[in-house]
Design a protein. Structure first.
Length: 422
């Protein structure tokens, strides 16, 4: 008994060493390539709030805002660069947790290293980890739920409490965390079954869930105490009605992705998603779709695997089917950011199929290693070029030129998040 416990602790430490190494390498890569100037989308707004504090557009993303504010001391070339560096840490945590999630759900060490490398070099993950965007932290919290729900090293009320806390923090960061509810609910059911103390479990879950929502109080405090002439304040979160409207995204429409509705076809959404995953992640996340039928070495059981796949489907194909923006032109940048949540779930559960393929390639000698290195090298080269292209200072130069040529006290009229935030 004592020998088994010692072996388990040693194995746990070794797993965390591998995960920490993966995260450290990713952090070096992401900090070295972090955007140094204002980028498009919401990055200008978040860079401003990181420097001055304030309230972001609905639903406010208070956890991410507090994360940015916590790193205001970082040495950087500009406020935008500082916000990018803070986000790079979220990207590195995502990579580390993908390794832990892959191992938790039964992947071999070899396959977990490969999956983690593909995740780190994926163009979308790399991009979201190097600009001020909320999606990298969203992936961290989603993976924390994936690991806690499937782990055999946490149980009972502790499992329930952790899942409820991650759910609350997830809602304080980005509402799309609700899309992995099938897995989270299975994890809660598993925790209640292990503890057999339903009342205590419910009380604990409710309490820590509310703790996870505490960051929303920052929106109230910011709106009441910060000077709107010196800090970015969106909306009227200084009142509870205003906070409620902000949380529910009433300005945009609670379930709408954008104000414009260009009536996209569902088939176009699904085609764009699959095409992106195949081109920039070697189709690895899609391997999760056969997970319930694979020969997993973990102890989650068929129901656990089905809820993992269900979370992938809900966060991916089903959610994409509701988008009111088509994955084309400028809207493509808005839409594809939402691919990252199902992709990290797919990375976590892709082990069964990849382990089967890997075991067959073993018979071919070095072919397995050559194939893995080749895939990762191609992804790295393609993504590095794309990141360098996206991080050009074009937008910042445009804004500086517009401000430099405008007369004193002029009013600039324009549209688009890229202009608005920058």
């Amino acid at each position: 008994m004592e020998c088994t416990l010692t072996t388990t602790l040693v194995s746990e430490k070794r797993e965390w060493r591998y995960a920490s190494l993966a995260g450290a390498l990713a952090l070096c890569l992401y900090t070295a390539t972090a955007a140094r100037t204002v980028q498009g989308g919401d990055s200008g707004e978040f860079a401003t709030i990181a420097a001055t504090g304030g309230v972001a557009h609905p639903p406010g993303y208070p956890l991410y805002v507090l994360w940015l504010r916590a790193f205001v001391w970082l040495p950087a070339l500009s406020p935008a660069h500082r916000a990018s560096l803070a986000t790079a840490l979220c990207g590195a945590l995502t990579v580390a947790l993908v390794f832990r999630a892959s191992r938790t759900w039964g992947s071999s060490l070899y396959v977990s290293i490969f999956v983690t490398s593909v995740c780190a070099f994926s163009r979308l993950g790399w991009q979201l980890a190097t600009v001020p965007e909320v999606f990298a932290l969203n992936a961290v919290l989603a993976l924390a739920i994936v690991i806690t729900a499937g782990s055999d090293r946490v149980s009972g009320v502790r499992r329930v409490a952790l899942l409820a806390l991650y759910a609350g923090l997830g809602l304080s960061n980005h509402h799309s965390i609700v899309l992995i509810a099938p897995l989270g609910l299975w994890g809660l059911w598993r925790g209640f079954s292990e503890s057999k103390r339903f009342a205590i479990g419910c009380l604990t879950a409710a309490s820590v869930f509310l703790v996870g929502l505490v960051p929303y109080l920052y929106l109230v405090a910011a709106a009441r105490h910060l000077d709107p002439n010196q800090a970015w304040i969106w909306g009227h979160t200084n009142t509870w009605r205003g906070l409620s409207d902000h949380f529910l995204r009433r300005e945009y429409g609670t379930t709408s992705l954008g104000l414009v509705n260009d009536s996209p076809r569902i088939g176009d959404q699904w085609t764009a998603f699959v095409s992106h995953v195949v081109r920039f992640s070697a189709a690895v996340p899609l391997a999760v779709l056969v997970a319930p039928f694979g020969r997993a070495k973990s102890n989650q059981g068929r129901i656990g695997w089905i809820t993992l796949v269900a979370s992938f489907v809900v966060a991916g194909p089903l959610f994409l089917a509701r988008f009111n923006l088509s994955p084309k032109d400028l809207h493509a940048d808005i839409v594809e950011r939402f691919y990252w949540l199902p992709m990290v779930i797919g990375f976590a559960g892709s082990g069964p199929l990849l382990d089967t393929l890997s075991s067959k390639l073993v018979k071919l000698g070095r072919a397995r290693s050559v194939a893995a290195v080749s895939v990762c090298s191609v992804l790295f080269a393609v993504s590095l070029r794309a990141i360098a292209e996206r991080h050009r200072p074009t937008l910042e130069n445009y804004v500086q030129n517009a401000l430099a040529t405008a007369e004193s006290n002029a009013i600039l009229v324009g549209g688009g998040d890229h202009r608005f935030g920058a």
